[in-house]
Each structure stands twice: as C-alpha cells, then as structure tokens.
Ligand binder design. Structure first.
Ligand code: FAD
Length: 487
C-alpha cells in the first residue's frame, strides 16, 4: 500500500463519510481509518434538514438515499395533560436549498449508502479495525500510527492533512491539545427504538412531552420504526430502566408488547460541549469530535455535515493549489458560533421539555392570533471569517435552482468560488481569474440578483455567499480583495 495520502480521515461515522465523499469527488487520495468492524449498533440520528440534503445531493447520494427517508412534518410540545404548549411545524415546501425543510431517516441506512458510494472512487481507501493510537503533526505532513484490532499489528501512514471525525472521545482532539468546554446541559436519557408489527394510530409528528414527572420524546421514524426517549430520574437504576418490563410499562399509554418489537435500546448522557480549538497545523477536528449537543433538535449530525462542507473545499484548495493559512483558519471561525447557537437553542429546548416552561427556546418563537405559540427553525449565521461582515448578504445561502431537467446550477461548482454577474457589468482584468456565470445564461439568475439587490454575487463552493457587489463599487478591486485569499 502506498502510505502517503492527500488526506487521512479518522472515523467513518456520518461526518467522516460525508467528508470523504466531498474530497474523493475532487479526485484527492483519501485514507479512512475506522476502529470498528461494523456500523455503530445503538440508536442515533433520525432527523436532518434541507441544508444537509443539499450536501448529500452534492456528494451524489440524494437519489439513492431519498427512498430511505420521509418528510418530517414537525414537532409539538405538550404538557402532562396533552395540551399543546408550542408548535414547530415544518411545512412541506421546497426551501432555498431545493429540498424539504426536514427529513427523518435511520442513521445506519445513511452510513451504508455513503460507504457503498465511496467504493466508486479509486483513490479512496478505507481500513476498518484500525485503531489510531498516535498522531504526529509535522511541518509539511502528518504521520498517523494505527493498530489492527484483530492482528494487533501496527502501521504508520502519512498525509498532507488529517481530519479527526472520531467522535466524542476523539484522540485527534487530544493530539492538538484542544479541550471540550461544557456548556451546561448534562442529563441521562433512555432511547428505545421499536418496529411496529402492525399499523397503529400514533402521532405522525415528533411529540415532546414536557411532563415534570417524566420528560419524554416520541419520534415518528421511517416505515414502521418509532422511537421513544425518556429522562431518567435522579438515582434511577440504569439497568432496570432498560429491562423489557420497565420499557413496556413506560410505553403503556401508546403500545402493547404484542404490537411492536424493541429493536435497540441505550442509555445516553446527553451533553452540551464545544472544543476550544479545531485546528493545529495540518490537523483538524470535525463533527462530534468538535462539539456535542442533546438530540432534541436533531442537529448533532447536521452540524458535523456543515463542518465538513465548510472545510472540504478549503482543504481541496490547499492540496490542489497551495497551502493557505487564511482559508484554513477561517474554518473554526465560521463554524464555531453557528454550531454554538444550535447547542444553546437545543439546551433551552431541553429545559422546556424538562417542564421549565418559562424558557423561551429562541427568538423564533411567536404568539399566534389564537393565543397559541409557534416556532420557526433557527438559521444561525456563519461566523466571521472569509468576506466582509459589512455586506449583509455575506453568509446567506445561494439558492439552488435547476438549469435543465436533470441538472442543477450546483453542479457547476468545483472547489473554487463562482462569480455571478449581471448584464449591466463589464469585467476586464479579473475575468480570467475566476469562473464567471453571466446573468443571461440562466433566467433564474436575474431573480436571484434582484433578491440580493446585487449586480454581482461571489458564491463559495459550499453555496454560501462570500460577497455581493453593486455597480457603484469597483468590481475589479472587490474581486481582487476577495480572491487574494484563494491564491
Ligand atoms: C439518541 C441520539 C439521537 C440523535 N439524533 C440526532 C438527529 O436526529 N439528528 C442529528 O443530526 N443528530 C442526532 N444525533 C447526533 C448524531 O448521532 C451524532 O452527532 C453523529 O453520529 C456524529 O457523527 P460523527 O461522524 O461526528 O461521529 P461518530 O458517529 O461518533 O463517529 C466517530 C467514528 O470514529 C471512530 N473512531 C473513534 N476513535 C477512533 C480511533 N482512535 N481510531 C479509529 N477510529 C476511531 C468511531 O468508531 C466512530 O465510527 C443523535 C445522537 C443520539 C445519541
């Protein structure tokens, strides 16, 4: 085996799998090291949103994966008497990301689809039973030692960059001397996955039972799968809580033992934490290795996918062109505040479910005319990094649209930004430095330029707007200022 790669990834979970797909698509040589032989066997993610589906489309799995998902209708928060306290609907409308706002899925289905998809890349290699034991972060490359968990033989591999997608107990995080800061929510919950034996009239939305006696969550998952989660009481015996007897007693209001099979069960300590450092030299962390949040909003895995969507094109740039500190340093800056807002909102949601009803989950909660309360999904901003904060369009999502029956504008992106220009502008010097798409090429572009009140839009490969321009500015200079980061 050639032991030098462009990138080594540690951890074949959803973050690592998505990252590998993004890098392999740009023809990088990628080695995946995963210590487990099989997929993670316990209950985990069941929800993701439109932004994540767009990333799945970018990596080329949306079509295959779509059949393993259902559109999520939303969440209701109810009190101990089933009165609705708060409604969080997810209307079945196509969003700016060209997808529905929210989907439900079964995490192992996603991981299987990604792993199968990656087999099509000749320059992607994965080794399972490979427990990474040591990381040497050197000036020009990284050296990684791993041990085969069956033969106990050790090997050394090298790469230009290393990304640790190795979960909560990340060895990569330790290797860069990064510390988790606990943000304050720590609570034990049981998570029970069931498969219905026959049709049963259960809610088709997620229900958060804000019941002071036993806070709980019900999830309507794909096909016949359903999930219940419930908080453990102080000093409650963990072993007893996951016995079938205990579980069926808890499920009595909804299900009888003859009506479903318990598929999987686990007790988790739901945590909220964020690492203070996400990069050192050529070593990075992403996903649960960099942040943890309780699952009430279904955003933990989504955050990991956002991390690697942000980081991948910067790494590709460094491999294909030249190592670029500005790009690499922007990764943590842009991602940190975004994920922190998700964590903090999730924590407030957790307190609300714990029946601390005075908690306002976010500033997207509002009163309806009939006196009820409703909530919209939050859309945290991209933190400061590339581009200028004075441009109010910077960091907004560039909308997805189709340029033919089967092709979307997204397919024009590689790892470099695209400049969309209105017909009003004439480009001179910079035209050969960047991929330019003229307004006249696709009719949707006129609408988009109008929406952002811009004569030109510089779009990053991860579909965030880097900068917008008005005619009155000197376009050549503005592009030059932005593009200096990409050379
Ligand atoms: C009950 C529950 C419900 C959830 N629901 C949702 C949800 O609905 N939506 C959502 O977005 N998120 C949800 N999450 C969170 C989501 O599951 C995680 O955020 C996600 O799995 C993290 O992915 P990851 O790839 O970063 O890490 P992981 O999935 O933890 O993967 C890390 C991988 O690294 C490997 N590894 C670790 N150390 C080493 C080493 N030394 N050498 C080699 N390999 C190593 C591990 O074996 C593992 O395969 C939920 C979590 C829980 C517990």
């Amino acid at each position: 085996m050639n032991n030098f790669f462009d990138v080594i990834i540690i951890g074949f979970g959803p973050t690592g799998g998505t990252l590998a797909s993004l890098l392999a698509k740009s023809n990088l040589s990628v080695l995946m090291l995963e210590k487990e032989k099989n997929l993670y066997p316990l209950p985990r993610a069941v929800h993701f949103d439109d932004e994540i589906m767009r990333v799945f489309e970018t990596i080329g799995i949306k079509q295959k994966f779509r059949k393993y998902t259902i559109i999520n209708k939303g969440t209701k928060f109810v009190d101990e008497n089933n009165n609705v306290l708060l409604d969080w609907p997810r209307p079945k409308e196509i969003t700016e990301n060209g997808c529905y706002p929210s989907y439900r899925f079964h995490q192992p289905d996603f991981e299987r689809v990604v792993r199968h998809h990656l087999k099509s890349y000749k320059k992607f290699k994965s080794i399972q039973n490979a427990n990474v034991t040591k990381i040497k972060n050197l000036k020009d490359f990284v050296e990684v030692s791993f041990q085969d968990t069956e033969t106990l033989k050790s090997k050394i591999v090298k790469s230009k960059y290393l990304i640790g997608c190795d979960g909560a107990n990340s060895i990569t995080r330790q290797s860069i001397n990064s510390k988790f800061k606990n943000l304050g929510f720590t609570q034990k919950w049981a998570v029970i996955d069931l498969i219905l034996k026959k049709n049963k009239n259960l809610p088709d939305r997620t229900i958060q039972y804000s019941n002071p006696k036993r806070p709980a969550t019900y999830c309507r998952n794909v096909g016949k799968r359903r999930r219940w989660e419930f908080a453990l009481k102080k000093n409650e015996n963990e072993k007893k809580v996951v016995t079938d007897d205990f579980i069926w007693k808890f499920l009595k209001p909804w299900l009888k033992p003859t009506e479903a099979i318990i598929e999987r069960k686990a007790i988790y300590t739901f945590q909220s934490a964020i690492a203070n450092k996400w990069r050192k030299g050529r070593v990075f962390i992403a996903g649960d290795a960099a942040h943890l949040m309780p699952p009430f909003m279904g955003q933990g895995m989504c955050a990991g996918v956002r991390d690697v969507s942000n980081l991948s094109w910067k790494i590709i740039h460094c491999v294909k062109k030249t190592h670029n500190e500005i790009l690499l340093n922007s990764y943590q800056k842009e991602r940190f505040s975004n994920v922190k807002e998700y964590i903090e909102t999730t924590m407030k949601m957790g307190e609300f479910i714990n029946a601390v009803r005075s908690y306002k989950i976010s500033n997207t909660v509002f009163d309806q005319s009939d006196g009820s309360k409703s909530m919209k999904s939050i859309k945290p901003e991209l933190g400061p990094g590339l581009g200028s904060k004075s441009d109010k369009n910077r960091g907004r999502i560039f909308p997805k649209f189709n340029i033919s029956k089967s092709k979307s504008f997204d397919e024009l992106f590689s790892f470099e930004p695209i400049l969309v220009v209105s017909k009003k502008l004439k480009l001179k010097k910079m035209s050969n430095k960047i991929k330019i798409v003229k307004e006249s090429s696709y009719k949707e572009l006129s609408k988009i330029l109008k929406t952002f009140n811009a004569d030109a839009i510089l779009v990053r490969p991860d579909r965030y707007i880097l900068q917008t321009f008005k005619k009155k500015n000197s376009l050549d200079n503005l592009i030059k200022n932005n593009l200096k980061n990409f050379n």
